[in-house]
Ligand binder design. Structure first.
Ligand code: SF4
Length: 293
């Protein structure tokens, strides 16, 4: 059924877990993506000021295969060129170069820049030393133009919340750790800020898998529906039909790394009362991290 929704309506539907895309190849839907929706969002950004909640450790949810993983594997793929062989052996510099020239899905034809990620400073081509990995969904307009994840108001909100946790995307890890890296599941912007397609997510996820393998974070924070679905597709049965709110408050797992689920900063900008929930999720992540340390 064709829906004539504008960007804001689609973004709201996305956060209410109303699916507006299909695993079957379909005509381009109207713009949706959360990050880019910020370009029209006038809401001011303020940092949370509360202190971290008491530390409570939550057991890691064991992994189990899901129908979503099988659906992604079976999804039809249109690509310009295959990803290179040996991705699982690639070093950080090789991975960066591979993503920068990737043409493994049709998003390569509309992007301005790939967005590999940003985080703790490291020598050229070296893996940043980090404890935290924050994963969003896909670049928006500003991210595509600048080649950086989480710029604009969503990025400001994220930075403010990280600062309240004593973290910074630009800071080196100290003696007690604390370095962070921020990336997205998709490295290229979907045109018109539409939702990512399953075949695009399936093509791009191996890059995230390799980033996780090289970064070896101690905690992953999955921000937003598509990040959560991609990271938990192998461990949470029915994750693509599970409201994000029901996945919060527990610690999941991705490649053996604990995963905490939270809302996307762009969604929080449109729903400021939800900021407290994101803060609680970051506190859970901090508690999990300190428990492991
Ligand atoms: S979205 Fe990912 S798989 Fe598609 S072209 Fe960009 S880097 Fe390659």
């Amino acid at each position: 059924m064709a829906l004539n929704l504008d960007t804001r309506q689609r973004a709201m539907l996305a956060e209410m877990h109303v699916r507006v895309w299909s695993p079957v190849m379909a005509p381009e839907p109207a713009p949706v993506l959360e990050t880019a929706a910020l370009a029209h969002e006038p809401t001011p950004v303020h940092a949370p000021v509360a202190s971290p909640a008491p530390h409570v450790l939550v057991p890691v949810v064991p992994a189990a295969p899901t129908a979503h993983a099988a659906a992604l594997a079976a999804a039809p793929v249109r690509h310009e060129t295959q990803r290179p062989e040996g991705l699982d052996q690639m070093d950080w510099a090789g991975l960066q170069a591979t993503v920068a020239s990737c043409q493994a899905c049709t998003l390569c034809s509309t992007r301005h820049h790939t967005v590999f990620g940003v985080g703790a400073p490291a020598p050229q081509g070296q893996v940043p030393q980090v404890d935290w990995l924050l994963v969003g969904e896909a670049p928006g307009e500003n991210e595509d133009l600048q080649g950086q994840p989480f710029v604009g108001q969503a990025g400001q909100l994220l930075d403010n919340m990280l600062r309240a946790c004593g973290l910074s995307r630009a800071a080196e890890a100290g003696p007690e750790g604390g370095g962070i890296y921020i990336t997205n599941v998709l490295k290229c912007r979907p045109p018109g800020n539409r939702n990512p397609k399953p075949e695009e997510l399936a093509q791009c996820e191996p890059y995230l898998q390799r980033q996780v393998a090289l970064l070896k974070p101690k905690i992953i924070v999955a921000m937003g529906r598509f990040a959560v679905q991609s990271l938990l597709q192998h461990s949470v049965p029915g994750v693509d039909n599970t409201p994000l709110g029901k996945l919060r408050g527990q610690v999941h797992s991705y490649q053996g790394v604990p995963v905490v689920v939270t809302y996307h900063p762009a969604y929080v900008l449109r729903n400021l009362p939800e900021k407290a929930k994101v803060w609680a999720d970051l506190c859970l992540a901090m508690a999990q991290l300190q428990g492991r340390g």
